[in-house]
Design a protein around this ligand. Structure first.
Ligand SMILES: [Zn+2]
Length: 107
């Protein structure tokens, strides 16, 4: 989402700069009359707004990721990303699993 906005904003900026160059180069030709300074200014303002929005969304996404912490399924203790249980509960779950497989093997 944020990268799309940033890309869109930067491309608009590039386009506006290109239009500006075209207007400055062929100032007397009919092409330059099609491209008004007000249009370029509005386009530049729009691209800046889009880029700023993209940056804000990116910061927001990063903040959201940091806020949503991974928690143990048993006790709710914060744990590193990718885990299901905290260290203690992981050990007890593994122990339980180990005991169960061990018992079935004996029978
Ligand atoms: Zn736990």
């Amino acid at each position: 989402m944020s990268s799309t906005l940033l890309r869109l904003g930067l491309w608009t900026l590039v386009l506006m700069l290109a239009l500006f160059v075209v207007q400055a180069t062929w100032a007397d030709s009919p092409i330059a009359e099609l491209i008004t300074t007000a249009m370029i200014q509005q386009g530049l303002a729009l691209s800046v707004v889009v880029v700023v929005a993209g940056v804000i969304v990116k910061v927001f996404e990063k903040g959201k990721k940091a806020v949503v912490k991974n928690r143990c399924r048993e006790c709710g203790k914060p744990i590193p990303p990718g885990g299901i249980y905290c260290r203690e509960h992981l050990r007890s779950v593994l122990e339980l699993e180990d005991r169960r497989t061990h018992n079935t093997r004996i029978r």
